[in-house]
Design a protein around this ligand. Structure first.
Ligand SMILES: [Cu+2]
Length: 65
């Protein structure tokens, strides 16, 4: 599946790595693309959309429903 999330609060490369790491705790084979200026995160994964969103939230970032 490919999911697109709107994530708030990512400001730098550290945030980007934190989000990628959070997604990979759910699925270590996930493809993750982060666009910092827009906060758009595109994930290619077999995990559920909600499980990935929750992992990003637990990292401290807001994910639009
Ligand atoms: Cu940052």
């Amino acid at each position: 599946m490919q999911y697109t999330y709107q994530v708030q609060g990512m400001t730098c490369g550290h945030c980007e790595r934190a989000v990628v790491h959070a997604v990979r705790t759910v699925d270590d084979g996930a493809e993750v693309k982060v666009d910092l200026p827009t906060g758009k995160v595109v994930v290619e994964s077999d995990a559920s959309r909600e499980a990935i969103a929750n992992a990003i939230r637990e990292e401290g970032y807001q994910v639009a429903a």
